[in-house]
Design a protein. Structure first.
Length: 115
């Protein structure tokens, strides 16, 4: 289930990285990979779908560049390479703000404990 605040950000911005807090669990690994899609239909339809997909991917890279402060070409190259990042690497890259831990979870402490 998506948290209502995140869902609202997704509806308004179309991209969760613009949310207020971007946190990752210590064991998480983020994959910065180029999207893979398939197209079908006539040659004209496939070309049209390819153009639409390229526009969508370029928009994604532009948004990631805005969020991370990195160049679009660097993000595109990393995605084409299929770069995977640990949480500390993702924080350094600008994809995350921090790591989920006792301080980030407020009064709950470790997962499942009640205050």
């Amino acid at each position: 289930m998506i948290h209502p605040a995140v869902d609202d950000q997704l509806e308004r911005n179309g991209f969760c990285a613009s949310c207020g807090q971007r946190l990752g669990y210590p064991s998480a690994v983020l994959g910065l990979t180029e999207p893979t899609l398939s197209a079908g239909g006539t040659a004209t339809q496939v070309r049209s779908q390819e153009e639409q997909i390229e526009t969508m991917v370029d928009t994604l890279y532009i948004r990631l560049a805005e969020v991370t402060g990195r160049e679009v070409d660097e993000i595109r190259a990393d995605a084409r390479q299929g770069r995977f990042l640990t949480v500390p690497e993702a924080v350094a890259y600008g994809l995350l703000d921090g790591q989920v831990g006792p301080d980030a979870q407020g009064d709950r402490g470790r997962r499942g404990e009640q205050a």
